[in-house]
Design a protein around this ligand. Sequence first.
Ligand code: SF4
Length: 87
Amino acid sequence: MDQNSVTNPSGPKKVGKLTITVDRNLCIGAASCVAVAPKTFVLDNEAKAIILNTAEEEIPETIFDSARSCPVLAIILHDENGKQVFP
Ligand code: SF4
């Protein structure tokens, strides 16, 4: 993995109007999020999802789909007003 592609591994990371946070304690490394949104997530060497800088290229609906795909709801999304919109 390119180390320059990650600045703030678990977030919060702002992507357009969404802010993404990964709860590392919940994440079980199922990698569903990586399959759905490969520009946004990758697994680190502890098999926890981390947020790539290229998340900025991902469309919001894909980010929502990735959060929905997470079996343990470890991906938390907030809107531009700081309101939690998922889960
Ligand atoms: S889908 Fe959820 S549990 Fe799986 S790697 Fe992503 S954040 Fe972690």
